[in-house]
Design a protein around this ligand. Structure first.
Ligand SMILES: Nc1ncnc2c1ncn2[C@@H]1O[C@H](COP(=O)(O)OP(=O)(O)OP(=O)(O)O)[C@@H](O)[C@H]1O
Ligand SMILES: [Mg+2]
Length: 382
């Protein structure tokens, strides 16, 4: 059965629900060469929009464009960072210059990338790019290359995804800020990430290098009715429908996380999707059952994930699960007793959880970011 609800992937334009305001601001920003910080909860569509929609449109709208997308997810050392940066740059150059001669000319600019010509099995030549081990001062030559491309009349755009992950690498923040500052004014830069708390510290604290940097664009919740329309457009083919009330129930059941909504819709399709002759209306009970089936199916992968936590951390998560994943005062007496922790111990765990986006801290509340985590704990532990 064709499935139109995608998970664990970056979406193509047709599969992204809404986010029109965010797209428009980013479109404008790229055209004007602005510096932008994009942030939001996990799975709020940031990468899909920046890389697959706005980025692709920007590339298609002009000749000679080089869209450099680099993902810093999990980087821990400067070497890892540089290797991501250079392979990202190599990839975008290959996409931008499919004709080998122009690619070689462009490569001339980037001394640290050593091109080598290879002949593949079919006999056609292909260029592979390797990062030369010499080139010291890696950051410098990376940014110098972008500037040079720009001066040679190429349109360059630079995106660093999961940008917050550099925060533990000593001195890198200040260096990157300087290099970004020295890029040509018209060259658009997008920094983005999903660990809101760390990003907030990096970009809002006067003591930090990225204080006051760029325009901030937050990816928020998708309006309920937009997601209802999105769901129904995909269910219709299978003679299924979902009322607004059921759709709202579903969206709330998973804290309005688009990926979790899609996962449940996938499950509903696999249960009810063999098109019958009459239109069937999905009920709240169907949603609950789909959720229960998913928890069963994901049980062992969830256990695997939970092995990353210490026993004390797991106790905190179980206590959260008992309160449906949301707690207003986790350092209060009652909650401390439930988790069998001192207030100092709890604070440490909360800090780490918020930094790693295991929990969101929004207003007064702490919320478990992955609904399947607390629901799993509620069913199988609590
Ligand atoms: N607007 C949307 N419409 C439909 N599905 C969405 C939307 N936004 C996110 N998703 C779902 O979330 C998944 C992740 O999307 P994407 O990687 O673009 O989000 P992200 O904000 O970059 O997430 P992360 O914070 O994990 O990097 C998609 O595979 C899809 O299931
Ligand atoms: Mg992302």
């Amino acid at each position: 059965m064709e499935n139109n609800f995608y998970t664990d992937t970056i979406l193509e334009k047709d599969d992204v629900c809404n986010l029109f305001k965010e797209r428009a601001r980013l479109d404008q920003g790229l055209k004007k060469g602005q510096k932008m910080l994009v942030f939001g909860r996990r799975n709020s569509g940031k990468t899909s929009v920046v890389k697959n929609i706005v980025g692709k449109d920007w590339v298609a709208s002009q000749r000679n464009s080089v869209f450099v997308y680099i993902d810093f997810f999990g980087v821990e050392t400067v070497d890892q960072m540089l290797s991501r940066m250079y392979s990202g740059l190599a990839g975008s150059l290959k996409r931008s210059f499919p004709i080998q001669q122009t690619l070689l000319t462009a490569l001339d600019i980037i001394k640290r990338l050593r091109p080598s010509l290879k002949v593949d099995d079919s006999g056609s030549p292909s260029i592979s790019l390797e990062i030369s081990s010499e080139g010291k001062g890696g950051l410098e030559s990376f940014f110098a290359a972008l500037t040079e491309l720009h001066l040679k009349k190429h349109h360059v755009c630079l995106v660093f995804d999961e940008f917050q992950d550099i925060h533990k690498i000593p001195e890198v923040e200040g260096l990157l800020r300087d290099h970004l500052q020295n890029l040509p004014a018209k060259l658009p830069v997008v920094l983005m990430g999903s660990k809101k708390h760390i990003l907030a510290q990096m970009f809002s604290s006067p003591k930090r290098a990225f204080f006051n940097w760029g325009d901030h664009i937050e990816f928020g919740h998708i309006p309920y009715e937009e997601y209802t329309a999105y769901i129904n457009a995909r269910l219709r083919k299978y003679k299924l429908e979902m009322s607004h009330q059921v759709s709202e129930h579903l969206q709330n059941a998973v804290n309005r996380d688009p990926e979790a909504v899609n996962r449940i819709c996938q499950e509903l399709l696999s249960t009810f999707g063999e098109a019958g002759s009459k239109v069937r209306s999905i009920t709240n009970l169907d949603v609950e059952e789909a959720l229960a089936v998913l928890l069963e199916k994901r049980q062992s992968s969830m256990e695997e994930y939970l092995r990353h936590f210490t026993p004390a951390e797991e106790r905190v998560l179980v206590a959260f699960a008992k309160q449906n994943g949301k707690v207003s005062l986790p350092t209060g007496k009652e909650f401390l007793a439930k988790s069998r922790l001192t207030s100092g111990g709890m604070k440490k765990i909360l800090d780490r959880f918020v930094d790693d986006a295991v929990l969101y801290h929004e207003g007064q509340e702490f919320i478990v970011s992955d609904v399947f985590v607390w629901r799993h704990l509620k069913v199988f532990r609590a």
